[in-house]
Design a protein around this ligand. Structure first.
Ligand code: RTP
Ligand code: MG
Length: 140
């Protein structure tokens, strides 16, 4: 498998509880390298734009409000098979279904407040990285 890049967000429920370092340790232990990272606070408009793919879903309003409620940490992760590797260490969307040892199993509060986002494929990874970072900010 080739070296890939993927996009990740440490969500407000996790930054609020000061879990950035613990989540980063899990990502690094999984073989992912954090090649860009910044802490930002999204507006509701920006959160809505980022999650536009979900705008018809019943949880969209709640999701946008949550993602703009407090600061988040946005990241670019690099590694072999990084997209799948990241999804694996994140765990299932609902922490009740997440496997032992995954980030969501250990830290998520609920299906909505689930501590981490990760791109779900190469196209979304590229779009999501470009939404938050310039090429100069990616230091591989
Ligand atoms: P993400 O996009 O954040 O990495 O999460 P995911 O792929 O595992 O889940 P997805 O289906 O893309 O949903 C995006 C985010 O919306 C929130 N959600 N809430 N209340 C609900 O039923 C519900 N379902 C999804 C979660 O924060 C989920 O991560
Ligand atoms: Mg998703």
């Amino acid at each position: 498998m080739a070296i890939q890049r993927t996009f990740s967000i440490i969500k407000p429920d996790a930054t609020r509880r000061n879990l950035t370092g613990k989540i980063n340790a899990k990502l690094e232990e999984a073989g992912l390298r954090i090649i860009a990272q910044k802490r930002i606070h999204l507006t509701q408009a920006q959160a809505g734009q980022f999650y536009a793919v979900h705008k018809e879903r019943p949880f969209f309003g709640e999701l946008v409000e949550f993602m703009a409620s407090e600061p988040i940490v946005v990241q670019v992760l690099e590694g072999e098979d990084a997209i799948a590797k990241n999804r694996e260490v994140m765990g299932a969307t609902n922490p009740a279904d997440a496997a032992e040892g995954t980030i969501r199993k250990e830290f998520a509060l609920s299906i909505g407040e689930n501590s981490i986002h990760g791109s779900d494929g190469p196209d979304t990874a590229a779009t999501e990285i470009a939404f938050f970072f310039s090429g100069l900010e990616l230091v591989g």
